[in-house]
Design a protein around this ligand. Sequence first.
Ligand code: NI
Length: 190
Amino acid sequence: MVLPVKAYGHPTLRKVAEDIDKDYEGFSQLIDDMFETMYHTIGVGLAAPQINRSIRLFVVDISPYAEDYPELDGFKKVFINAQITERWGEEELFNEGCLSVPDIHEDVSRPTSIKIEYYDPEWNFHQEEYHGVAARVIQHEYDHLDGILFVDRLTSLRKTLLKKRLKDIAHGNISVKYRMIFPKVKKGKK
Ligand code: NI
């Protein structure tokens, strides 16, 4: 099932998400729904807070980048209870967008390499290093678990320039091809 995506301004996007355990209800259905939602919205990653679950879970499929980076072919993963334990390498700019912040794309500076610990859906523990685009997408999704959005990482000048557009998104004054929940739209009004 395709789930509605919470738009910028929604309080769940600002919470620090919590770990889950093996008994989390509807777990495998939730992961299926998150992938379905991510493919429907043409995203390369989706974090649980974006669909209103404040839990440390995100999914990525960065195989669309395989055209430029062949090593990313088939890179589809689920990260549960993830913790980034190290970040290193030079800060690099990369153009980012977010399903919760439609139509805004900005260069964001992040380190090139990370070490991350997480569980997969079979509850196997992993400790892995990622670099380049994979590290980029993972850091973006991971930020969602800590209540951080990519626009928070822009310079204050860029933030000022985007203020009105962000307000429009929160109020639903934007046309989006997928279903979204806009926090500042009153009930009963579209
Ligand atoms: Ni995002």
